[in-house]
Design a protein. Structure first.
Length: 87
């Protein structure tokens, strides 16, 4: 192991590496890994499409301030605005 290796700022020890190797040699429970729910939760039956949006620093600051006041994320606020506009 090279000196100073870390994961999330925590030093990786030879003992930890050996424990990981032992776990891998014992076999990985694939069903357990699938149940962990990696990634963001879905918003429906179909995968959501990511859309890039360019905002000026001032627009972004205004969006963040409005989102904070509404106790919403940027994405939630943008989706709500689009839904209101579409109706």
């Amino acid at each position: 192991m090279s000196e100073g290796e870390t994961i999330d700022g925590v030093p990786v020890t030879d003992e930890q590496i050996q424990a990981w190797a032992d776990e891998a040699e014992a076999g990985i429970d694939v069903d357990m890994l699938k149940k962990r729910g990696r990634g963001r939760p879905g918003r429906g039956a179909e995968p959501a499409q990511v859309v890039a949006l360019r905002l000026t620093p001032q627009e972004l600051a205004e969006l963040d301030a409005l989102a904070a006041r509404a106790h919403k994320t940027r994405s939630e606020l943008i989706r709500a605005a689009l839904a209101a506009y579409a109706t």
